[in-house]
Design a protein around this ligand. Structure first.
Ligand code: NAP
Ligand code: GCO
Length: 287
């Protein structure tokens, strides 16, 4: 048997050549329809912009006309042709109509980013059950609802990508975010379950776990104090993060394109943490 042949008669160099071709092309999303929930601003907007730059056709939703109009103007200003829809992701009927409208306007959804999310920062003993339920409804029940709505189309097409925007709170807790941590922990397991149930249909479901990202959601944690000093939480996070900075929505764009593309077809059920290293670090010793 010569150097290039395996016992199965296949040529090793042939195998190598097949897997090495066009690796950059495997990150392209040309012609793929992507739905980014909550894509009007923040992390969702940045992820939608990244998928558009890779060639995807963008659909996004939010709850109100004002945010929709502002978002459409922002997408246009970035040279991105996006279709926006008003839909509350916690409402199954609105989600069914959203997906039906997207399919009629653009075609079946190839890529779903479950990004829409809220947080309520309330000490647990002061948090009402209703507050807890509202957070779980948006951050966990809604990804289930929207995933269920797009999976039949993905199965019919023989491929699909679902990306759930998890969190460091999929791994860690902290005071005042009981509902959020419970929901994001559950979202990590929903990610693994969708992977398990639909992998045989060539559908990959993975999560992105952002660290602390500067968006409207975290603005209260970065507000300047009355004396002009930095918010204590702002200082805390920068000391806990090896990158010594807050992340930006743009920091998440590469991970989103990777998990939405053919480059990740054998990656399934994983959460990719884009956190500046915070989850790996005990934190800087106070000076
Ligand atoms: P954000 O600035 O508050 O944006 C949240 C988006 O979700 C908005 O577009 C909002 O749109 C939409 N949304 C909320 N509830 C909705 C509902 N019921 N139906 C439809 N859309 C809804 O938050 P962000 O910081 O960009 O966070 C985006 C995602 O990343 C969330 O899942 C969040 O938990 C997660 N995350 C954020 C960070 C961070 O540090 N920022 C870190 C880890 C994970 P409307 O309000 O206009 O409807
Ligand atoms: C908080 C923050 C975090 C971030 C993010 C971290 O109050 O602790 O809002 O929860 O949003 O989820 O990954």
């Amino acid at each position: 048997m010569d150097r290039d042949n395996t016992e199965h008669g296949a040529s090793r160099s042939g195998e190598r050549k097949g897997t090495m071709d066009n690796i950059i092309d495997r990150f392209r999303l040309d012609g793929k329809v992507a739905l980014v929930t909550g894509g009007a601003y923040g992390i969702g907007f940045a992820i939608a912009a990244a998928l558009a730059q890779a060639g995807a056709i963008i659909a996004f939703n939010c709850r109100g006309q004002h945010h929709l109009d502002e978002a459409l103007a922002d997408y246009e200003a970035h040279g991105i042709e996006a279709k926006g829809y008003i839909a509350d992701v916690t409402d199954e009927a609105q989600v069914a109509e959203l997906v039906a409208n997207i399919e009629a306007d653009l075609g079946p959804v190839d890529i779903l980013v479950n990004n829409a999310g809220i947080i309520k920062r309330i000490p647990m003993l002061e948090m009402s059950v209703d507050d807890f339920r509202q957070v779980v409804d948006v951050d966990l029940n809604a990804p289930f609802i929207v995933s269920k709505a797009v999976l039949p189309g993905m199965i019919a097409k023989g491929h699909g990508k679902i990306i759930n925007i998890c969190s460091m709170m999929s791994e860690l807790g902290r005071e005042t975010v009981a509902g959020y941590a419970a929901a994001k922990g559950g979202l990590k397991m929903l990610t693994r379950n969708i992977c398990s149930e639909f992998g045989e249909h060539n559908i990959q479901c993975n999560g992105i776990g952002p660290g602390y990202i500067a968006t409207p959601q975290t603005a209260p944690l970065r507000e300047r104090q009355a004396d002009g000093s930095r918010h204590p939480f702002d200082q805390f996070i920068c000391a806990k993060t090896p990158a010594a900075r807050w992340g930006t929505p743009e920091d998440l764009m590469g991970a989103a394109v990777f998990l939405a593309s053919d480059a990740s077809n054998f990656v399934n059920g994983q959460v990719l943490y884009v956190d500046g290293g915070i989850l790996a670090y005990i934190g800087k010793q106070p000076s």
